[in-house]
Design a protein around this ligand. Structure first.
Ligand SMILES: Nc1ncnc2c1ncn2[C@@H]1O[C@H](COP(=O)(O)OP(=O)(O)O)[C@@H](O)[C@H]1O
Ligand SMILES: [Mg+2]
Length: 362
């Protein structure tokens, strides 16, 4: 039963602020992901929670008890925080067999041999690595080593699990498998988990909630569906699922809809965040929501139709990605039909267009 609270956490390295006044909570049993581009402060945040690094200011609490409090000079050492960790580099001890690697945290806590053996088998069983108990790390694949690292992290029953890009050293196929058993493990154990990744697909698949970070701050903290459907900034719209960000000028604005001038055309958008009449706007629309028509569309209208010209077609496997030139700029469209280069009509469904004030996009 462990809830994590982070309050006004800041970490400065000289003139640089790696984590900037961040507050959030992770509920008991929740899987929360810190998602963001390289350098946004994810590892710094995780190190602070683990006790590997002391932040400049703020507090961190587990179940209401401070484990770090800059003002009170409270800073519990890592081994007293009861936190399990797995990092990008597997960090198994190369000279120890699987059994001894997993036994290590139990030995450190003075757990007797019989109970130790039982716990080791339980933890290795969870990640389906029991048959490898007598192997050395170099006799295992990368994915297997990472599973042993996970077993070692959960074996003594930590209050929190911290995972820092644990799958990023695996090849694409293995990553997919590894994602599966991480999810299974979480469903079995329900340990409060903080997962760090720069991979949005991983975040969407695994998480109960996602905190998207940029420049040391959390830009939005929400469920995967909410992030995808209701991004609060152009950065989120583009980072979670990729979006076209089209430059326009607000022509008419109401509470939930607006008309925006884009090149020579007026686009209706249904979801609208913040822009005012006359101001510059960014229209976010996902490439997979853009529809392409050869010649004149026979649609019933109501959509936003704009003429364009296909500049480039990339084969993606199941779909094609098109770069389409319009009077307002280039629009990306991802569709399954094959079109030849040349004139097309683009349809940007109003319900799939979100408009932001352009200053928010800076
Ligand atoms: N020990 C350190 N000394 C100086 N700068 C650091 C240190 N650790 C991290 N930083 C800086 O803080 C920022 C955040 O880093 P980090 O938390 O590792 O990002 P992420 O894990 O999101 O890629 C980066 O700009 C990085 O260069
Ligand atoms: Mg990192």
């Amino acid at each position: 039963m462990s809830k994590l609270t982070v309050e006004h956490l800041t970490r400065r390295f000289g003139a640089q602020t790696a984590v900037n006044d961040v507050s959030f909570e992770v509920q008991d049993g929740e899987f929360l992901t810190l998602l963001g581009p390289s350098g946004c402060g994810k590892t710094t945040m995780l190190s602070a929670i683990a006790g590997l690094d002391a932040p400049t200011s703020g507090r961190i609490l587990i179940d209401g008890e401070p484990i770090f409090d800059a003002a009170q000079r409270c800073n519990l050492p890592p081994e007293r925080r009861q936190v399990g960790m797995v990092f990008q580099s597997y960090a198994l001890w190369p000279h120890m067999k699987v059994r001894d690697n997993v036994a290590f945290p139990l030995r450190m806590r003075g757990i007797a041999a019989a109970e130790r053996e039982e716990k080791i088998r339980w933890a290795l069983g969870l990640v389906e690595m029991e048959p490898y108990i007598d192997r050395y790390p170099h006799e295992l694949s990368g994915g297997q080593q990472q599973r042993v690292a996970l077993a070692r992290a959960v074996v003594y029953g930590p209050r929190l699990m911290l995972l820092d890009e644990p799958l990023s050293n695996l090849d694409a196929k293995l990553r997919l498998r590894a994602r599966g058993w991480l999810k299974e493990l979480q469903e079995k154990l329900r340990i409060t988990t903080i997962y760090v990744t720069h991979d949005q697909t991983e975040a969407l698949v695994l998480s109960d909630r996602i905190a998207v970070m940029q420049g040391g701050r959390i830009e939005q903290l929400a469920s995967p569906v909410e992030l995808y459907e209701q991004p609060q900034s152009p950065f989120i719209a583009d980072f979670v699922g990729h979006s076209n960000l089209l430059d326009g000028i607000v022509q008419e604005a109401e509470a939930r809809r607006a008309k925006i001038r884009f090149g020579q055309h007026l686009l209706a958008v249904e979801k609208i965040l913040k822009p005012n009449k006359g101001s510059a706007a960014a229209i976010a629309v996902r490439p997979e929501n853009v529809i392409l028509h050869q010649g004149q569309p026979n649609g019933s209208g109501g959509g936003n139709y704009i003429p364009g010209k296909i500049l480039q077609r990339d084969f993606l496997g199941a779909r094609y990605l098109y770069l389409v030139e319009t009077s307002g700029g280039i629009v990306r469209a991802e569709v399954s039909e094959r079109f030849e280069k040349g004139a097309v009509t683009l349809e940007l469904p109003a319900h799939a267009c979100v408009a932001f004030a352009r200053d928010a996009a800076a």
